[in-house]
Design a protein. Structure first.
Length: 478
């Protein structure tokens, strides 16, 4: 890629951009891309530094489109500040050529380029957000911009997962404050996270699975307390999901609460513990592995978490736990196929996908966690490390699963990065496969070579995951 980029940059400066180079890297419209690069090179803020931004754009999913957007931002920044130097934000071209929705935000808010000027090697720090709905939306998208830039420049992916979760936590806490102020609520319900947010491994575009509880021991009628909590949650959810021209905050999923969609929006801590002890299903045990307190009185959160621990992690060693996880995975795959879902290209739920790794870890945690609490964590990667450390998984198995899980989650994020859509599909179209390869950092000069490398890795990682899941869960003699 370095030689091709140097040759293409030289041809640009001569005024004869090599269209063949753009065809080689895989731009879908090489002629239009060449014109876009030529126009960008005429911009005073970009021309002196072509050797920095041209090679970066060539490594992106859509080099020509990225050049158009870079020119628009350079013009806007020069008009506002009198100067624009792309070297101050070296990841900017990669973001513009890789993410359509982030590019639109940057064109609308050119000053947000400042988010990309901090060294990407530094940890992402999420600061408290002012309790204002517009401020929360802006903070979310500015945070996503920083995190996406890190993903695209190969920051350790585990840091991105944690940063996405910390960003969501900060937005949720501020949103609770907004709701309490607008409703005059002196005693808002406690908020706990489930799913990937609970495990501190949130997707780039994801629902947030939430659970609301309150303290029934405080003074007042419990029915009235429940109604106040329900009104609070409805207002909170409406504002979180409200679409605006600046986007939305988060999609909120409350369906994992006791009794699901038929249940009350909020329960008292006592009622929730009683429900799980009397009626809790095996899938709810698995779901509660990822429970984590986000906001509310720490003592109340601790009381609930400790109260349900005996339900989730039992002291007895019961093979039925593994059978239940196996049966759930079989059911999910069967239902998806009956609904004509193409599981062969499903990064999440298909054979050898993300769910296989998560279900494997959670099955072993449910099976062994009652006697070994050190393996009880809602984070999949932490769980794999703990299972290896306590010799519940062979080192080679844990390493292969960790590597594959990283790759699968990075691929999922790279797909969601384009339009902030909640998708987990591995693309079938060659052009979309190349776009995914570029967003994941496959930087072969030939787009065909990058795409081939991507597909080889996809087949290798999902085969390894399904092999381990089959040996430990699906085909185990239980």
């Amino acid at each position: 890629m370095k030689l091709l980029a140097a040759d293409f940059t030289e041809s640009l400066r001569r005024g004869e951009p090599r269209i063949e180079a753009l065809r080689t890297v895989g731009d879908p419209d090489p002629g239009a891309a060449a014109a876009a690069f030529s126009l960008a090179l005429k911009e005073p803020g970009l021309s002196p530094h072509a050797e920095s931004w041209v090679p970066t754009l060539l490594r992106s999913a859509r080099p020509g489109r990225g050049a158009e957007r870079l020119l628009a931002i350079a013009r806007a920044r020069r008009a506002a500040t009198g100067v624009f130097d792309p070297r101050r934000a070296p990841s900017l071209p990669l973001v513009l050529g890789s993410s359509d929705f982030l590019a639109r935000l940057l064109v609308r808010h050119p000053d947000w380029v400042e988010e990309l000027e901090a060294p990407l090697s530094e940890p992402i720090r999420i600061v408290p957000i002012a309790p204002d709905w517009d401020a929360i939306r802006a903070a979310k998208y500015r945070g996503l911009l920083r995190i996406a830039a890190g993903d695209l420049t190969n920051r350790p992916f585990r840091e991105s997962l944690r940063a996405l979760s910390d960003l969501a936590d900060a937005c949720l806490i501020s949103a609770l404050q907004c709701t309490a102020r607008e409703l005059g609520a002196a005693d808002p319900p406690m908020l706990l996270a489930l799913g990937k947010l609970g495990g501190k491994e949130l997707n780039f575009s994801s629902d947030v699975d939430l659970l609301f509880l309150y303290d029934a021991s405080t003074q007042g009628d419990n029915l009235e307390r429940n109604q106040r909590a329900a009104n609070f949650i409805r207002h909170f959810k409406k504002q979180m999901e409200l679409p605006t021209e600046e986007g939305f905050i988060y999609r909120v999923d409350l369906d994992l609460r006791p009794e699901g969609v038929a249940g009350a929006l909020a329960n008292s801590v006592t009622a929730a513990i009683d429900y799980y002890e009397r009626f809790g299903a095996e899938w709810e045990r698995q779901m509660l592995i990822r429970l984590r307190a986000v906001a509310g009185p720490p003592a109340l959160a601790n009381a609930f978490c400790e109260g349900i621990r005996p339900f989730v992690y039992r002291r007895s060693i019961d093979p039925a736990v593994l059978r239940a996880v196996r049966d759930m995975k079989h059911r999910i795959e069967r239902e998806r196929r009956e609904a004509r879902r193409d599981l062969e290209v499903d990064l999440k739920e298909g054979p050898g996908g993300i769910r296989d790794v998560e279900f494997l870890v959670q099955a072993l945690q449910l099976f062994l966690g009652g006697r070994t609490p050190e393996i009880c964590t809602g984070n999949t990667l932490d769980g794999l490390e703990a299972l290896e450390r306590f010799e519940m998984l062979p080192e080679e198995t844990a390493t292969e699963l960790t590597t594959a899980y990283h790759w699968l989650r990075r691929a999922e994020h790279a797909q969601q990065l384009v339009e902030e859509q909640q998708t987990s599909k591995f693309p079938r179209r060659p052009s979309a496969q190349l776009g995914l390869a570029r967003r994941m950092g496959y930087d072969e000069a030939s787009g065909d070579d990058a795409r081939t490398h991507l597909i080889d890795d996809w087949n290798r990682y999902r085969a390894a995951v399904r092999s381990h899941f089959d040996a430990l869960i699906l085909s185990a003699d239980l």
